[in-house]
Design a binder for this molecule. Structure first.
Ligand code: PEP
Length: 251
């Protein structure tokens, strides 16, 4: 019922020719995978070229951020319409690096998520606690705050197009992934929150990805958990072999 979704967040890596090579390597290796939804999220500068590479393949494309206004004097920003026109189906919103370095808040995540949905983009909304918050016993509280405030005011119908990425900040890029038990307990909690905010049927349909040091050798046990519906992958999405192995270990 919930199709596994593996998305690669390339972050600020890969120039245009490197992006073309990576996208080509991926699409050639996963052409026969139909049980997993596969998404690559290159930097803005490579979106147009990656679109050409993945046209007519089973690989989809997302952006790593978006601005909520449609157009105007917002130097450096990119709108939902622009992302649609370059071939994006998804957009990552509220990644912890945006929260940490670029002033992203639940309020801006909420505005971006609503704008994305209004414009037919599927948001991948990131939530997750920092190490000190987990150590202080506040992981559930932080995740609740992120989920409730990032997703407030969204209709049940629109929620069916939202993917949530639970990314504990302490696991991102550190090589220390959450255990399958740690991931499952937060994912289950998120689904319970969604059931209260929207309704149980909607909550059952929403995919919740895990993100944080996902590798070919840990994806299978993470994905075996009942509420883990895929992964948002950073470092391991930058090489064809590791990204493809992660996808294939979900089949
Ligand atoms: C990420 O940045 O979303 C991420 C999960 O990174 P990594 O896989 O490198 O931990």
């Amino acid at each position: 019922m919930r199709k596994v979704i593996i998305a690669g967040n390339w972050k600020m890596n890969k120039n245009i020719s490197e992006s073309i090579d990576l996208a080509n390597g991926i699409q050639r290796s996963v052409y026969d995978v139909d049980s997993v939804e596969i998404v690559v999220c290159p930097p803005y500068t490579s979106l147009g070229d990656v679109r050409e590479v993945i046209a007519s393949t089973n690989v989809k494309m997302g952006a790593q951020d978006v601005y909520w206004e449609a157009e105007g004097a917002f130097t450096g920003e990119v709108s939902c319409g622009m992302l649609k026109s370059v071939g994006c189906e998804y957009v990552i919103i509220g990644h912890s690096e945006r929260r940490q370095f670029f002033g992203e808040t639940n309020e801006t995540v909420n505005k971006k998520t609503k704008a994305a949905l209004k414009n037919g983009l599927k948001p991948i909304v990131c939530v997750g606690e920092k190490l000190e918050e987990r150590n202080a016993g506040k992981a559930f509280q932080v995740v609740k705050d992120h989920v409730e405030n990032s997703l407030s005011g969204i209709s049940k119908q629109d929620m069916l197009n939202v993917v949530i990425a639970y990314e504990p900040v302490w696991a991102i890029g550190t090589g220390v992934n959450a255990t399958k038990e740690q991931a499952q307990e937060i994912h289950k909690y998120i689904r319970e929150l969604l059931a209260k905010m929207f309704d149980p049927e909607v909550a059952k349909s929403i995919r919740i990805q895990y993100g944080g040091s996902v590798k070919p050798d840990n994806i299978a046990e993470l994905i075996s958990q009942p509420d883990v519906d895929g992964a948002l992958v950073g470092g391991a999405s930058l090489k064809v072999d590791s990204f493809v192995a992660i996808v294939k270990n979900c089949v």
